[in-house]
Design a protein around this ligand. Structure first.
Ligand code: FES
Length: 184
């Protein structure tokens, strides 16, 4: 009898052996990828979600304590510090609101940024117009309409509420340099 142990015709083929080391490597790489995804997705989400969140803008901000103390027919500027909290950073911004009333009962509030490029405007010497120093824009104090210069739309008005003689506004920022009033 020969010492040849090779397959004889009719025998089932010998099973192909999976290299054990390669298989273990494949399992560890797959496990690491799944673990990475499980840990990484929430971390990445935490970093980008503050950037995607819209700031809360539905809060009423008190801009005057007593309507009786406000001048009739002469707008006043109220400067406020707006604090914004996101998951990581607390930021503060100085914002301005112009408040105007003709009768002490009904109030109009304008966002303090010029609708052209966002400069702060002031009350002109005639006290009938607002003047923007950046490009000589001019607005009517009663309506916010553009009277001169490049601003593409009237001043942005804000919602106003009077409660217990105090005046509150809902502050909003809008896109600059466009004809429509679109929230930023
Ligand atoms: S920013 Fe006011 S006129 Fe340009």
């Amino acid at each position: 009898m020969s010492g040849d142990q090779s397959n004889v015709a009719g025998d089932p083929p010998a099973p192909t052996a999976i290299p054990r080391r390669g298989f273990m490597r494949w399992i560890s790489a797959g496990g690491a990828a799944i673990l990475g995804a499980l840990v990484g997705i929430p971390v990445v989400g935490a970093f980008i979600s503050p950037a995607l969140q819209k700031p809360k803008t539905d809060t009423w901000i008190k801009v005057a304590d007593d309507t009786a103390l406000l001048d009739i027919g002469v707008p006043i500027r109220v400067d406020l510090v707006q604090t914004q909290d996101d998951a990581w950073v607390e930021s503060r911004a100085l914002i301005s609101v112009w408040l105007y009333t003709e009768d002490g009962d009904v109030f109009k509030a304008y966002n303090g940024r010029c609708t052209h490029l966002g400069c702060g405007y002031t009350l002109a010497a005639d006290k009938k117009t607002f003047a923007c120093p950046c490009h000589r824009g001019q607005f009517d104090i009663k309506t916010g309409a553009v009277l001169a210069g490049p601003p593409p739309r009237p001043l942005d008005t804000l919602k106003v509420q009077v409660r217990d003689a105090a005046v509150y506004v809902q502050y909003r920022d809008f896109r600059l340099g466009v004809a429509e009033q679109v929230e930023a």
